[in-house]
Each structure stands twice: as structure tokens, then as C-alpha cells.
Design a binder for this molecule. Structure first.
Ligand SMILES: [Zn+2]
Length: 281
């Protein structure tokens, strides 16, 4: 039976606090499935080390006289806009080793997406902890040859279990766009879960190179037509459509096959904003 939107959100929040509970009872560390982990290179989010707020205290301000990239790089380099920055590791291997150590420490199994060669590297390093997923954008079809046929082979071989994170929002493409249709049909046919980015990228990401990213695609209502066309497709909205909560709730209510993960909003958005969201839900 499908769970109500409230139940699904409650379960996710329980997962989020599971770490604290299991810490108090080290003998009973229940397993946690992290639906949103990435096997990325240390420099993929900018030249390491980068600093991200955990959480950010506010979203700062920008003087339009200077390029936005200059503003945001100062933030990520200096750890501005936060009193609690997290500093990224310097190398690909340090990033992987430190992440796997945390998975082991808290008994976490990670649905881990990235380019297939990176995911394979992480899987080789922690075969029991890593669940292979394919990170994918529409234009990857051209860039790295991840077409319907090649993806189908990856999934049919059972090596890869999840299709996502789909970064279509960064390209200005809706999940319901006809361009995406053959990929969703393939996933539905093979019963492969699909995770799609719906919500925040870095603040101002349009001016950091993602020219086609649009705020309107934070709305989970962009999923609707695809969900109606594929009622048996397992879909989760990554980052939970923050900050367009009413749209997320309405879409969860209307489409019982839809789930959400919290992703970055669980630790990076200003605490007050996340707490208000949690209380409302
Ligand atoms: Zn992500």
C-alpha cells in the first residue's frame, strides 16, 4: 500500500535523525539508506578546497557591479555566509575514503551516483556500501554516450540499480519534456527507480555557467505529466522541491508513486528556513 505524503515525509525525517538515535545505542546501529550520495571528483564543485555552510546563516548579498562568479567564489573559498563551514578534501581519493569511513561508522548504504567510471571506483573500494546509480543530464547523451540503449545495458546487467540524479533542471529541461520520454519509458519497463533534481542548486547558479537553469523548475508540478504517462515508474524528487513546499505537497498528494529525498536542504539551507519547513510538514 502506498503511504500518505505525511507518512513518507515522516519516514524520511526519521532516517535523518537515525544517526543521532543509533549513536546513543552503539550496539543497535540500524541500517540507513542514503538516497542521495555522489561519487564526484574533488574539483567538480570548483577548485578544492571549497567551503560550504552547514548550514549557511543567510544568502549574503551581491553587488551587481562585479561578476557574480567572483562573489560566490569568495564565499566558497573563505567560508563566508556561515559560522560553520565544512571544508572539502583536496583529492579524489581523500573524498572517497572519508565518505566511505562515514558510511561504515553510521551503517549507511549509499545510492551513489556519478559518471559510471567514478561509481565503479567507489564500488570497488566499498562493495557492500555502494549502490550504483547513474548521474545523468540530457546532453550527456551526446557528451558521454549515455543513450537509451547504453543505459538499458547498464541497468539490465544489474551493475547499476538507480537512474539518477537527473540534472535536467540545470539544462532548463522539465522532467515532463518529450525529450526525456524515451528514457522514462525504458526505466519504467525495467522497473528502475528514477531520482530527479527538483529544487536548489548553488545560489545564483545561472550566473555560474548553468545558463538555462530556471527557478520555476523548483516546482514539483513539473513532474506531473511524466508521472501520469508512467504510473508504474518509481520516482523521487531530490532536494524535495525546496523552497516551493506547497507545490511539493500537492504533487505528493496527487501522485502516490512519488517520493522525496531531502538532499542538501537537510544541512545547508539556513536553519530557520529548514525548521519552518519541517514544522509545516
Ligand atoms: Zn545531488
Amino acid at each position: 500500500m502506498n503511504k500518505s505524503p505525511f507518512m513518507r515525509l515522516t519516514l524520511l525525517l526519521l532516517c535523518a535523525i537515525g544517526v543521532a538515535i543509533t549513536n546513543a545505542q552503539p550496539a543497535k546501529k540500524l541500517p540507513i539508506i542514503d538516497m542521495h550520495l555522489h561519487a564526484l571528483a574533488a574539483n567538480d564543485q570548483g577548485p578544492a578546497p571549497m567551503n560550504i555552510g552547514a548550514p549557511f546563516a543567510h544568502w549574503g548579498c551581491h553587488d551587481p557591479k562585479q561578476p557574480y562568479m567572483q562573489t560566490i567564489m569568495q564565499v566558497f573559498k573563505n567560508g563566508d555566509w556561515t559560522s560553520h563551514p565544512l571544508t572539502s578534501p583536496l583529492t579524489d581519493s581523500a573524498l572517497m575514503v572519508q565518505t566511505i569511513a562515514v558510511l561504515n561508522q553510521y551503517n549507511v548504504y549509499g545510492v551513489t551516483s556519478g559518471e559510471p567510471h567514478m561509481v565503479r571506483r567507489w564500488k570497488a573500494a566499498a562493495p557492500k556500501r555502494i549502490i550504483n546509480a547513474v548521474m545523468w543530464n540530457y546532453y550527456d547523451v551526446q557528451r558521454v554516450g549515455l543513450s537509451v540503449d547504453s543505459l538499458q545495458q547498464l541497468f539490465q546487467s544489474s551493475e547499476f540499480k538507480v537512474f539518477g540524479e537527473l540534472g535536467l533542471q540545470y539544462e532548463g529541461i522539465s522532467f515532463s519534456d518529450s525529450l526525456v520520454e524515451p528514457f522514462l519509458a525504458m526505466a519504467e519497463k525495467l522497473d528502475i527507480p528514477v531520482g530527479v533534481h527538483v529544487g536548489p542548486g548553488p545560489p545564483g547558479v545561472i550566473y555560474m555557467g548553468a545558463n538555462n537553469y530556471r527557478a520555476r523548475l523548483h516546482s514539483a508540478t513539473q513532474l506531473e505529466e511524466a508521472l501520469v504517462r508512467h504510473p508504474n515508474l518509481r520516482v523521487y524528487a531530490m532536494h524535495a522541491g525546496w523552497p516551493m513546499l506547497d507545490d511539493m505537497l500537492a504533487t505528493l498528494y496527487a501522485h502516490p508513486q512519488l517520493y522525496v529525498d531531502l538532499g542538501i536542504i537537510a544541512y545547508a539551507v539556513p536553519k530557520k528556513s529548514f525548521t519552518i519547513i519541517s514544522n509545516e510538514w
